[in-house]
Design a protein around this ligand. Structure first.
Ligand code: HEC
Length: 112
């Protein structure tokens, strides 16, 4: 009895805490809107308005699946030498880029 009760409590607490830890971010709502705008317009100018690719490779969740968030963040921050992909270091900080990668991989941008 005790065991199952604590298990249920534990699941209940996890359900409450888990979404908060996953989505916790210090980026303000306004800044998030700016970043979404940047992805659609600035990144979209090369990667396509729907992120399905153009001059730059597609950035859809499907295409980015299996690529590590760290590697993608590094590409965004530093650019890819010898290609048109510019470095965004001066414009975006690491936390913002990590947030953008999460949106891209989550497929929450693009067509909408
Ligand atoms: C001037 C054109 C241009 C702009 C603007 C641009 N990119 Fe790129 N991007 C590229 C190109 C070209 C590549 C492919 C580089 C290569 O051949 O490895 C690339 C590659 C990438 C990759 C690696 C994709 C993969 O599958 O490995 C990511 C992630 C990326 N860009 C994100 C962004 C983001 C986010 C922005 C906006 C902040 C952005 N890019 C803006 C041209 C651009």
């Amino acid at each position: 009895m005790m065991l199952s009760k604590s298990l249920i409590n534990n699941i209940f607490i996890q359900a409450l805490v888990f979404p908060c830890t996953v989505f916790a971010t210090d980026i303000s709502d306004n800044r998030q809107q700016e970043l979404i705008h940047l992805i659609k317009h600035d990144c979209g100018s090369c990667h396509g308005m729907t992120l399905n690719g153009g001059l730059g490779s597609p950035l859809t969740a499907e295409k980015l699946e299996g690529k590590s968030p760290e590697a993608l963040s590094s590409i965004i921050l530093n650019g890819v030498a010898g290609t048109p992909m510019p470095p965004w270091k001066g414009i975006l900080d690491k936390q913002e880029v990590a947030w953008m990668v999460k949106q891209l991989k989550g497929g929450t941008l693009g067509n909408n």
